[in-house]
Structures are given as structure tokens and as C-alpha cells.
Write a protein that binds this ligand. Sequence first.
Ligand code: CA
Length: 428
Amino acid sequence: MMTDATHDPALRSWVESANGHPDFPIQNLPLGVFIPLDMGPARVGVAIGDRILDLTMAPVAEDVREASANASLNALFALGEGPRKLLRHRLSSLLAEGSGRRVALEQHLHPMEACTLLLPARIGDYTDFYVGIHDATNVGKVFRPDNPLLPNYKHVPIGYHGRASSVRVSGTPVRRPKGQLKAPDSNPPHFGPCERLDFELEMGVWIGPGNALGDPIPIDRAEAHIAGYGLLNDWSARDIQAWEYQPLGPFLAKNFGSTVSPWVVTPEALEPYRIAQPARPEGDPAPLPYLLDAADQARGAFDLALEVLILTSAMREKGMPPHRLALSNARHMYWTVAQMVAHHSSNGCDLNPGDLLGSGTISAPGTGGFGSLLEATRGGKEPVQLPSGETRRFLEDGDEIILRARAARDGFAGIGFGDCRAVILPAN
Ligand code: CA
């Protein structure tokens, strides 16, 4: 494990709210794009407790400060891991108790609550993978009870190209899509509001330095191309998807909206929570050599708790707290992030700073771990009971879905990703 003084659990910040903060203690230091209360242009900041430090006003390296004067993290992502690691060490010492910079920096701290948080990057391309093996198995069972996984699943990190234009930051409502719907027993299809709207619990991966077209990223170099991690809700219209997806795959069922969390948690912050990629079950094929790297197998997975909560209109009106629908973990990925990156570029496809990769729905084994309603309700057959007395087969207008991620380990300060949330608006 490559931890250092920035991970020391005893480290405290002079920003009081950071000490013991569930998401943003001084050991995290995630990056984001924000507009402060008193307006002005969007710029890059770092989350510390319930505050944001304006990076354009901080005594950090000149290239980082220049890259921070942008309405996206793309330029900062492009600088790569060297400058990013230096920045982490610099911020850690600037924000630590007794740093001597408190007076100079306090005026550049903004209350997060009063800031507008923006999409972290200008996303050139968004690709969605399907590496959550329990989700792939649960969904496959609906169609092929005896043989849920297709023959390619354990050889290829399956993915498809998503739509970047409709990715929005947490807090932006999502409009229920309309589309062609066709129940198996109705003919012909009709056009109307989606009746089987669902969420997908995913981890998002932000790409740092890219690769030239025709120049694949070898798996042992993949980590150098990853800028950080966030949460991704890949909203899905199951009824539109069921009718449209053959033979070319997801299209309008997926591209009406995707929600990402505003903070980009760096690979360095997640270092203490890396684990070995879980061993493949007996009889599974070994990955082909271009997807196999000893270091990646030894430390390429994450022990990261992932949670889905729902807050309906009725619950909100009654003042009830959000209700947990699922608790899962990033360890349930059949392929590592490095394998996703290596596979994506293996044909020469170029990745660019600010590109977004989704892991695919990450479900845990067992009934409390379903990362989508499709799984939790067995395709809408068994409604989920809510504490308000309501039930859900799929999402209704006014429902809000909240994704959270938390990492904890003995001997380290826990960190979190911040919320990834959005409320469903009625179709128009
Ligand atoms: Ca997905």
C-alpha cells in the first residue's frame, strides 16, 4: 500500500468542520468545479469539511493554479498524476492544523451550501461498462434462468458508448422520458411516458491524460490515465429499452439523463481502501494477457460501500428521512478499472481528459444489495415496501434517488464521495 503522511488518521485541519466529517476530512481532498456565493466565474476548488477552498487563490504550483481557472477539471486532469500528487501534499500541509497559512486562506474558503456545484468536466465521451457481475447475473436470469451470463462475459469487459450531452451534476432534476413502448402482448407499439423508470448504482471513473489514436494503453500503465472517481446514476427506461435494444443495444432508454456526483475523489485518497481483485471462481477463464497484470490483480479493486436511498414526495411531506434501498460494494466488479481502460483503448480508440467511464450497475449478492429496481422487484413483479406505506415497482414522479459511497478501514480516517442525487420530474 502506498500511503503517506496525507493519510495519517491523526491529521487534523484548522477547518473545524473537516475533523470527523464523514465525506471530506483532510485525508480526502476531492476536486470539483464551483461558483462561489458572491458569483463570478466558475473555478476549481477542493472540498474540506463543509467548505470549498478556491484553488485559483491558493499558493499551489503555477500550472495547477492556471488549470484551476476553468469551468471544468479537464486541464487539471490533463496534467496527470505527478502534479496531482504534489497538489495533494501541498493542500494537506496548507489545510493542516498549525499550517501558518490559515489567515491568508480563510478568505478563500466558501461555505459549500452557498456555492453552486457544477459538472466536474467537459465530457467528450461517456462509456458505460457492465462489470457488476451480480447485476449481470440477476438481469440475465430474467431472460436465461439456467445460463444468465452470455458466453463473452468472462472474457470481455462488456460496454457500450453512452451519451455525454445529457450527463448532469447531482441536484439537477431528471425529466421522465417519453418513448416507444410495446408490451409483449400489445401490438403495435405506442408513444408515451416511460412506465418503468429505474436507477442504476454505478461508480464513475474520470479519465486523466489520454492516449493518441492508434496507441493503446497497456494495462500496467492504465492507472496513470485515471484522474479520479465519483458516483454515477445511469437512469434507465426499462420499457423503452426492452423494445428498442435489439440488435444494436441501448439507445434512447439510456441517453435522456445520467447523474454524476460533483466531487472527484483522487486515486491517492482511495489508496488505503484498495484491495486485491477477488479471485475468479473455479473454472472461470483467466483474462487474456492484455488484461492481466500482477500489480493490478494485487491492488486493482476497492473496498468501497455503495448505497442507494429513496425519498418520495410523500416521505418528504411527512418529514421522513430517505430510506435505504440497497447497500453494495465496489468489490463486486468482475473487471478492474485498469482492465476497463486497457480494454477500451486496446483497439487504438483514444481516450481524452474528462472522458467518463461507468462501471455498470454494482449489486451485492443477496436481497439487500440490488443496484436497480429491475433486480429488487424482479422485473416489476414484486414491489418494494417503503416505510411511508407506499410501494414501488419502478420510480414515480417526485421520487428522489440518492447514491452515496463510503470507504472505511481500521487505522485510517473514513472518507466519502458526497451525494449523487436527483428527483424525477413528470414527462412533458
Ligand atoms: Ca448502466
